[in-house]
Write a protein that binds this ligand. Structure first.
Ligand code: ES4
Ligand code: ZN
Length: 326
């Protein structure tokens, strides 16, 4: 259909993309073979990633990431991901990068990964017209002490490409406020803040990310819908949600897209944006997300244009970069 084709082709901004989670299974299999690492257990017979549930997904993610051993491996992944994203109409993206995976928390090693990824991203910007920025990310289930290491890496390598500090990982481990020290350090280093909240736990978790960490954006945040006081707080404070509808449906956070609260949250005045999270893991792409939302909620081009404007306003890049894209 003509309408859906036009919507798939719109220029898009993606704010929530885990860097290693964007790696196609063929890419990871190829690296595993090169390095003689046997990770065949993380693949289905048809070649796709195999996992049972979210916690198992996190361990499969770490196994896939284990074959990305050098800054050059990350540079190769960066080139592959940006070429594909640009082809799919993405013009601006922010990606989560973790010193825990890139150099094991060592600042000097992290600096080399960052340099390799940034160089590759800048080359891709010239050839494909896509702009990438990085969000340094701590992993919740690795605990608050390791998060401080990530925050130190952030503070010591802060530049205009690394624009944010975030938290991913298992939302059922610990509390948002356990990570306040790290988020404070990142804020003092001039980084913008986001945290995964309200994907698995309820509205209170979303409130705590805003009140205890002072984040401007929330990764997911969709389960705020269970408490309208939290929804209204998000609208009032102009917090932007990085919503990943396909991920949520694939992982069973909501049984189907028509039961997903993205449209209701938007109706109530919350700033919502659309991302893929870990696209090959959840069998999604940005054009697929747009097409499915257009079909399910009868969203037209104007809605998507508005959502992309919201995303660029909430982007963590500097204003000159933002203005050049808007
Ligand atoms: C995540 Cl640590 C991590 N990696 C990829 N996707 C995620 N979602 C939540 N935590
Ligand atoms: Zn995520």
């Amino acid at each position: 259909e003509e309408r859906l084709h036009a919507i798939r082709a719109l220029p898009k901004t993606e704010l929530h993309l885990h860097f290693e989670g964007a790696a196609p299974p063929d890419f990871i299999r190829g690296l595993a073979k090169e390095k003689h690492v046997d990770i065949s257990r993380i693949f289905n017979p048809d070649g796709s990633y195999a996992y049972r549930d979210f916690v198992h997904f996190l361990s499969v993610y770490e196994a896939a990431t284990s074959v990305l051993k050098t800054p050059e491996d990350y540079a190769r992944l960066c080139a592959a991901v940006l070429e594909e994203s640009a082809e799919q109409g993405v013009i601006y993206a922010e990606t989560f990068l973790s010193p825990d995976f890139c150099g094991g928390g060592d600042v000097a090693a992290w600096r080399e990964y960052l340099h390799a990824i940034r160089e590759t991203a800048e080359a891709a910007e010239k050839t494909h017209g896509i702009t990438l920025r990085g969000i340094i990310t701590c992993i919740r289930h690795f605990g608050p002490e390791q998060a401080k290491t990530a925050a130190r890496c952030a503070a010591e390598t802060k530049d205009d490409w690394l624009v944010g500090f975030g938290m991913a990982g298992d939302e059922n481990k610990g509390k948002q406020r356990d990570f306040a020290y790290s988020f404070d350090m990142a804020r003092e280093a001039g980084l913008h803040l986001t945290s995964h909240a309200g994907e698995w736990r309820g509205p209170q978790e979303v409130r705590e990310a805003v009140e205890d960490l002072g984040v401007a954006r929330i990764g997911h945040g969709v389960r705020a819908i269970g408490d309208l006081a939290v929804v209204d707080m998000l609208a009032e404070r102009e917090i932007t949600l990085e919503v990943c509808p396909g991920s949520n449906v694939f992982l069973g956070v909501f049984p189907s897209l028509d039961k997903h609260p993205i449209d209701a949250l938007r109706d109530r005045g919350v700033r919502v944006t659309v991302s893929t999270d870990d696209p090959p893991f959840f069998h999604t792409t940005m054009p697929d997300e747009y097409e499915n939302l257009a079909k399910t909620f009868r969203w037209d081009e104007e809605v998507f244009t508005d959502i992309n404007r919201t995303a660029m306003q909430a982007a963590f890049c500097d204003d000159a970069t933002r203005d050049a894209i808007l």
